[in-house]
Ligand binder design. Structure first.
Ligand code: NAP
Length: 256
């Protein structure tokens, strides 16, 4: 293990895969005190071992973000071990179809519960400590989907809009407490979640996306849309009439 001063205390949900795992490995290079959380503890342990080899101190937390008790206990333990928190990243999330015609709300409710209540469950237990410290950054991994009407994925898009709106509100609520709120809105990033979308235009690798996300977190960018092509797409969507945008999306759906 490389010796050196431990820098930031960082807690990441969804660190067993994709963006969360990649952020964990990125921060591990900077000798962080890491809390890695998700359900698949076997995968978390593999990520943790890799991070430890970079000289970071790493603790693994098996949690289901839909369960507030799991999250509260993990936050308590992490704060106890690390002596505080610098960055909490609510990254856990699931994609999926609304299954609108199925007559069964189970799938959409799971998406809403994981992606929205999972965020409040993750973040709330850290807030009293952040306020007491008068420092720290709360990060939410939202999505470009939160700016568009995505057919068949209304639950996913809604969860990501709601997260962004909560962060917009909390940013103002906590602005005098020294707490920064960062909403990351990725377009398509090559992870297990997008494995069937590899040929999507503007898809970015984790190697490209992760340093960009970390830079936005460090600077405290309020809403970071990535990559730049998606920023322009959203600007365009905001100026065009809503009926025209919906027509274009509907034509694209018919052609796919
Ligand atoms: N990839 C993209 O293009 C893209 C674009 C925009 C936004 N995002 C967002 O980025 C985040 C990460 O996605 P990804 O692409 O990295 O997908 P991923 O590789 O499928 O990773 C999802 C992570 O979420 C965790 N997770 C899911 N349900 C959970 C639960 N109930 N409790 C705890 N952890 C749970 C998974 O861990 P376990 O299964 O081990 O629990 C996994 O670590 C998500 O919020 C996603 O919506 C992704």
């Amino acid at each position: 293990m490389n010796e050196g001063k431990i820098e930031k205390k960082i807690f990441i949900t969804g660190a067993s895969s994709g963006i969360g795992k990649s952020l964990a490995k990125y921060y591990a290079q900077q000798k962080a005190f890491l809390g890695l959380a998700a359900r698949r503890v076997d995968l978390l342990n593999v990520v943790a071992d890799e991070c430890r080899r970079s000289g970071s101190k790493v603790y693994v937390f098996q949690i289901d973000v839909r369960r507030s008790d799991d999250c509260a206990q993990a936050a308590r333990e992490f704060i106890g071990l690390a002596g505080g928190i610098d960055i909490v990243i609510a990254n856990s999330g699931v994609g999926g179809d609304d299954k609108l015609l199925s007559g069964n709300s189970e799938q959409i409710n799971n998406i809403l519960s994981t992606n929205l209540l999972g965020v409040t469950n993750t973040i709330y237990p850290f807030i009293p400590t952040l306020i007491k410290q008068r420092s720290g950054t709360i990060v939410g991994i939202s999505s470009v989907a939160g700016f568009l009407s995505v057919p068949t994925h209304g639950g996913y898009a809604a969860s990501k809009v709601a997260m962004r709106r909560m962060f917009d509100s909390w940013r103002i609520t906590m602005e005098d407490d020294g707490i920064r709120l960062v909403t990351i809105c990725p377009g398509f990033i090559d992870t297990p979640m997008t494995e069937k979308l590899r040929s999507t235009p503007f898809i970015k690798s984790l190697e490209e996306a992760t340093p960009a996300f970390a830079k936005a977190i460090k600077k405290g960018v309020p809403t970071f849309i990535y990559p730049w092509q998606m920023r322009w797409l959203i600007k365009l969507v905001n100026i065009l009439p809503r009926s025209l945008v919906d027509l274009i999306i509907s034509r694209m759906k018919a052609a796919s």
